[in-house]
Write a new protein. Structure first.
Length: 493
C-alpha cells in the first residue's frame, strides 16, 4: 500500500493561487467587478451577486482541500541499493499514480539503479534531496522504443533512461540527481550520432512539461531531448555532461512555447541547442539567466534545420570554459563558438533576438551560417532548396580571451543572409595573424562549423553574401599585433 496522506505543498499552493485568481477577480480588477453598486444597484442584484460569491467560495475551498497524492517508490519495492534494479518498482508507482488521476511519485534519499522509466500523464517524478537515480550500465536494462513521430532521430528504435511520448502535465522536480553513467556506452561507429546510446531524458509529442531544480549528470548521448513538445518549462537545473560523445546539455527540437532559465551546464558537446529534425519549427522560445560551459557551441541554433526557428529570445547568458579540462574528446577546451546560428537543411530562421551575453573563450565567438547540406529528415528525402536567415539581432555582447579566428556571417551566392543587426559588441581576441586572403571555397555542402575556414580574413567580422547587415558600436582588440582589418565584406548589399 502507498501512503496518500503526504502532501507536496508547492503544487497545492500553486493550485490554490490559480483557483483564487480564477474565482476572485476582485483581487486583480477591483471591487467593482462584483459590487458595481455606486448607489444605483438594486437589492435584488446585490443578493444575486452574494449568491454567486458564496458558490464560488465553496468551489474555492473545495479546491484548497484537495492535495496531491504521493506514491513513495520504496512502498512499491524500490531499494536504495545500486546492486539492485528498481526499474519495475518505480514504474509501478508511476503507472498507478497516472491511473489514479495523477500525483507525486516520490524518490526518497538514497541511490537507486534503474533502466528505462516511461513517464505517464499527470505525474510529478520528485527526487528528494540526497536521492540519485543511477542508470544501469547494461544496455539490456533499457527498453528499445520507437515513436510514431517522424523525424531524423526517430527512424529507428532509440534508448533513453527516462521517456515520455504523447504525455501531458508531467513534472520532474526536486533537489536530487539523475546520473546516466554514460561512460559505459562506447561510440559504436564513426557516424554514430548517439542514437545507439541512451539519452537521459526524452519527451516526444508532449505538452505541459516541467523539469525543475534537479541535477543531471553523465548521459550516454544528449542529456535532454524535447521533440515536438508544447509548453515546456526547464528551470534551475545543474547539468554536467562530459563523459561521452554527443554530450549536449539541452536539445529543443521543433518545440513551441518553451521557457528555459537559470541553468548551470557544462558539456563536452553543445550547450543549449535548438534544432528541427522534422519540418516542425522551434517557435516562441525564451532562454535566460544561464551559465554555459561547452567544448563546442555554447548557444546553438542548428545543425539539423529541416523546419527552422521563429521568435527566439535569448538573453542574460554567461559563456565560459569548463572548470574541468581533464576529459576532452574532439572539441576545444575553450569552446568552438559562443553563439552559432545555422540553417543548412532548407529551413527558415527569422526574428531571433540575442542580448546581454558575456563570452569568455571560444575560437570563433559568433558564427552565422546559411549553407546547403540538404540532409532530409527521413531516408530518401530530397531537399531541393536553400533555406533562409533573416531578422536576426545581436546586442550587448562582451567577448574576452577569444581565439584568433574572428567571427563570420555568411550566406551563399544568390542566397544572402538578410536583415542582421549587431550592436554594442566588444571583442578581445588573441590576434597575432598576418593578412589572410578571402577563402575561395564556399563549402556549401559542408557541415557548418565556426572553424570551417580556419582563421578568417577579418579579426572582427567576415561577412559574405549578405544583405542589409548593420554594425553599430563594435570594438575589436587583440592581445598580439594583427594585420587583418576589423571587417571584411564580400558580396554585401
Amino acid at each position: 500500500m502507498y501512503d496518500c496522506t503526504k502532501t507536496i505543498s508547492k503544487r497545492s499552493k500553486s493550485m490554490q493561487k490559480a483557483c483564487f485568481h480564477a474565482y476572485f477577480p476582485i483581487q486583480t480588477y477591483g471591487l467593482c467587478c462584483f459590487f458595481p453598486i455606486f448607489g444605483q444597484q438594486s437589492i435584488k442584484t446585490i443578493n444575486h451577486n452574494m449568491r454567486k460569491i458564496a458558490l464560488l467560495l465553496g468551489t474555492f475551498l473545495s479546491a484548497v482541500s484537495l492535495q496531491a497524492k504521493v506514491y513513495d517508490v520504496t512502498t512499491y519495492g524500490a531499494v536504495p541499493d545500486t546492486t539492485v534494479l528498481s526499474t519495475a518498482a518505480i514504474q509501478s508507482a508511476i503507472d498507478e499514480c497516472s491511473r489514479s488521476g495523477g500525483g507525486v511519485v516520490n524518490i526518497p534519499a538514497g541511490n537507486y539503479k534503474i533502466g528505462t522509466l516511461v513517464l505517464k500523464s499527470h505525474v510529478n517524478l520528485h527526487l528528494e534531496l540526497g536521492a540519485t537515480l543511477f542508470g544501469s550500465t547494461h544496455l539490456k536494462d533499457y527498453r528499445k522504443l520507437k515513436s510514431d513521430y517522424v523525424s531524423f532521430r526517430t527512424q529507428g528504435e532509440t534508448l533513453q533512461l527516462i521517456y515520455g511520448d504523447k504525455v501531458k502535465d508531467v513534472e520532474i522536480s526536486g533537489s536530487g540527481t539523475i546520473d546516466g553513467r554514460g561512460q559505459w556506452f562506447p561510440k559504436l561507429t564513426m557516424n554514430d550520432e548517439g542514437i545507439t546510446r541512451p539519452h537521459l531524458l526524452r519527451f516526444i509529442q508532449s505538452q505541459d512539461i516541467t523539469v525543475e531544480g534537479i541535477t543531471l549528470r553523465n548521459s550516454g548521448c544528449w542529456m535532454q531531448h524535447y521533440l515536438a513538445c508544447d509548453r515546456v518549462k526547464i528551470r534551475g537545473l545543474r547539468i554536467y555532461n562530459r563523459n561521452n560523445h554527443n554530450n549536449d546539455a539541452l536539445d529543443l527540437d521543433g518545440c513551441h512555447e518553451v521557457v528555459v532559465s537559470d541553468l548551470i551546464s557544462d558539456s563536452e558537446d553543445d550547450g543549449i541547442t535548438l534544432k528541427s529534425t522534422s519540418p516542425r519549427l522551434c517557435e516562441n522560445i525564451t532562454v535566460s539567466n544561464c551559465i554555459i560551459s561547452s567544448h563546442c557551441n555554447a548557444i546553438k541554433l542548428g545543425t539539423e534545420t529541416n523546419g527552422g526557428f521563429k521568435n527566439i529570445n535569448i538573453r542574460g547568458i554567461v559563456v565560459k570554459p569548463s572548470y574541468n579540462q581533464e576529459f576532452q574528446l574532439v572539441h576545444q577546451p575553450i569552446g568552438s563558438s559562443g553563439i552559432s546560428l545555422e540553417i543548412v537543411d532548407g529551413g527558415k530562421m527569422e526574428n531571433v533576438i540575442i542580448s546581454d551575453i558575456n563570452i569568455t573563450g571560444t575560437r570563433s565567438p559568433i558564427f552565422i551560417r546559411l549553407g546547403n547540406r540538404a540532409r532530409g529528415y527521413y531516408d530518401g528525402q530530397v531537399i531541393d532548396h536553400v533555406g533562409s536567415i533573416k531578422d536576426v539581432h545581436l546586442s550587448n555582447i562582451i567577448i574576452r580571451e577569444a581565439g584568433p579566428y574572428g567571427c563570420s556571417i555568411t550566406g551563399l551566392p544568390g542566397h544572402p543572409v538578410e536583415d542582421i543587426t549587431l550592436s554594442n559588441i566588444s571583442m578581445e581576441q588573441k590576434g597575432g595573424q598576418k593578412k589572410i586572403p578571402v577563402p575561395q571555397d564556399e563549402k556549401e555542402k559542408n557541415y557548418p562549423e565556426a572553424s570551417m575556414w580556419g582563421p578568417l580574413p577579418a579579426k572582427g567580422f567576415f561577412v559574405r553574401h549578405a544583405k542589409n547587415v548593420k554594425f553599430k558600436d563594435i570594438t575589436v582588440k587583440t592581445e598580439e599585433p594583427d594585420e587583418r582589418p576589423d571587417f571584411v565584406e564580400v558580396d554585401v548589399k
